[in-house]
Design a protein. Structure first.
Length: 187
């Protein structure tokens, strides 16, 4: 919980204090509930209860995270409302999602990996859709409202519908600095 709060403080300029974030962040509440539901999901007898817990969290926070998803450390969802993370999604460490992001499937096949794998240090902008069993490399930036249906290599920037992949103009640029330099990431 402490790491999740630290991640929120580091990434949310509106965060007034640790207590403010802990009490008022629906994204954090959704993550914490997911972490409990995910542990429950690991025990077959508790899977139905895990699904109920995730459904309650969705009703309260507006964030839907399937308890079968795998999510790393220091994960942060800013604003939260409308985020959907599917059952077979894998999310790395230090990932940030904005509101309305979908990590969704493109297949109806049961028992297969249907959702994306997101690397470490990835930021996905508001309203973006990342769909299917694809790989999003470490350090990727996905622009708001983009639709990603193909693998994105590490360090790339993906924007548009369908997403166009390019690399930052400034090699090694901090991901958050890139957001301000490249307006397409916000659109």
């Amino acid at each position: 919980m402490r790491e999740d709060i630290d991640a929120a403080i580091a990434r949310d300029p509106a965060a007034a204090s640790r207590a403010d974030v802990a009490v008022n962040s629906p994204g954090l509440h959704a993550i914490w509930t997911y972490r409990v539901a995910h542990r429950m999901w690991q025990k077959p007898a508790l899977k139905p209860a895990a699904r109920v817990l995730s459904t309650v969290a969705r009703a309260v926070t507006g964030v839907e995270i399937h308890p079968g998803a795998t999510i790393g450390r220091r994960f942060f969802i800013d604003h939260g409302m409308g985020v959907v993370i599917g059952e077979t999604a894998v999310v790395g460490d230090d990932v940030m999602l904005y509101h309305g992001v979908t990590l969704g499937g493109r297949s109806l096949a049961r028992g297969t990996k249907r959702h994306p794998t997101v690397g470490d240090d990835v930021t996905i902008g508001a309203g973006a859709r990342v769909l299917g069993d694809i790989e999003i490399g470490d350090g990727v930036q996905i622009g708001a409202n983009s639709v990603v249906v193909k693998d994105i290599p590490a360090g790339a920037v993906a924007t548009g519908i369908p997403a166009t992949v390019r690399f930052p103009a400034v090699k090694g640029e901090d991901a958050y600095d890139a957001l301000y330099r490249d307006p397409a990431l916000f659109i």
